[in-house]
Design a protein around this ligand. Structure first.
Ligand code: FES
Length: 227
């Protein structure tokens, strides 16, 4: 097991060039547990492209913290580097929210809340359990799949909430957003987008987004004319 202390918090990477940051986000963000990798990349591409010059910071602004809070999480650096077989414990999105990032043996980055969904004990990663290791809660022998966060043994009733990670060109690993337990990336985006960005919501396939996007397109010339 390899759990290290997180580095000191650093400002989010908000100043990168939009196209480059969007490309990095598209290529490097970890796959969501309940969405296929292809669908996930399509979602990330839609969001990062649709928002133009935002990259990591913008994506984080859309996918705000899990739970029902309406506050927006800042991107947070959780490791200068994370090699296969390593993990890091950190706090995200708030200072009290325990979280865990793991680099699996095939290079995939995964991130989860480290608060057990049973009775909130701390979840640890055990590297020596199978190809991907496992996420383990010692309180009542709860076990979660390290690749998906799904419950594989013990009393936890729900998967671990997912934390979205991205890796920057210098190898640093950042937490940028979260989803609720069992919530896909698309569901998380659609829920949190609400009516704020109808065109982006339409591209993501959010329910009811077609009508809202159409309304926005019709209103756009009028709004431009008024400025
Ligand atoms: Fe984790 Fe009970 S608190 S299994």
């Amino acid at each position: 097991m390899s759990i290290t202390e997180p580095p000191a918090p650093a400002p989010g990477p908000r100043s990168q060039d939009g196209d480059a940051a969007a490309e990095q986000l598209r290529d490097r963000i970890s796959a969501d547990s309940l969405t296929t990798r292809r669908d996930y990349l399509r979602i990330v591409a839609t969001v990062s492209g649709g928002l133009a010059a935002g990259g990591v910071g913008v994506a984080a602004g859309i996918l705000h913290r899990h739970g029902d809070s309406t506050s927006m999480p800042e991107p947070k650096k959780v490791a200068d580097q994370l090699m296969p077989g390593e993990s890091v414990a950190f706090r995200y999105p708030g200072d009290e929210d325990r979280a865990l990032a793991v680099r699996l043996s095939d290079g995939s980055l995964v991130g989860y809340s480290a608060v057990c969904t049973h009775l909130a004990c701390a979840v640890l990663w055990r590297e020596d359990r199978g190809a991907d290791g496992e996420l383990y809660c010692p309180c009542h022998e709860g076990v979660f799949d390290a690749r998906t966060g799904e419950v594989t043994a013990g009393p936890p009733p729900r998967p671990l909430p997912r934390i979205f990670l991205t890796e920057q060109a210098d190898g640093s690993v950042w937490a940028i957003a979260t989803a609720r337990s069992g919530e896909s990336a698309q569901e998380a985006l659609c829920r949190q987008l609400g009516g704020a960005r109808p065109e982006t919501a339409r591209r993501l396939g959010c329910p009811g987004a077609d009508r809202a996007a159409s309304t926005e397109r019709k209103a756009a010339p009028t709004e431009r004319g008024a400025t």
